[in-house]
Design a protein around this ligand. Sequence first.
Ligand code: IYR
Length: 228
Amino acid sequence: MAWIPIHDQPYDPVPYRPTRVSADESLRAAAELRAKMDQRRTVRAFSTDPVPEQVVIDAIAVAATAPSGAHQQPWTFVLVTDPEVRANIRAAAEQEEQISYAGRLGEEWLSALRPLGTDHSKPHLTDAPFLIVVFEQRYYLDNEGEQHKHYYVDESVGIAVGMLLTALHLAGLAALTHTPSPMKFLSEVLNRPRNEKAFAVIPVGYPSPEATVPALVRKELDQVLVRV
Ligand code: IYR
């Protein structure tokens, strides 16, 4: 069935009868997923080796199944492979980050970043074979140029990006959630319409064989899980 804007759709529910998974199968699947996801790391050093494009397309398709406020699906994923466009994005991002790391972030923020070892240099923007630039649609712009309000946009797009990172990891690819600040230049470089605002830039590829990651430790489950 073809997509039509949700505000033009009636309430017309259909049956939902997924096959019930046995408790044993659920336990096995959850434990396996937990172990696999515990291996995910944010990577900043990418190999330039090519990646099958369909893997990235499928991961974006997974992200696009995310739940969203009023089912408005307020996201656009721009898949950038053109080396010239990537070079432009890198140049603009590094220019902004240079200012940020030179002091715009402030001492508290800079010291919070120190354990991550980040700086203004962003080689991943040109090394990784794919960049996914995620835009949030602040509102829906219909063909007449009329604006329709979108709800819970940040939450919806955040969930979609989480699902994207999960899908990429489970397919064997590495990614980085990069949020250059300010991100306005992305709308200009990628020629996006006025209802869209950049949310994150996600380089995707294989880690460089020399990649290192900070020796970070995740919180224990009992620090993040509260039972009532
Ligand atoms: N946007 C900068 C700074 C930065 C901010 C946070 I919060 C991070 O977790 C990591 C980096 C950069 O990309 O370097």
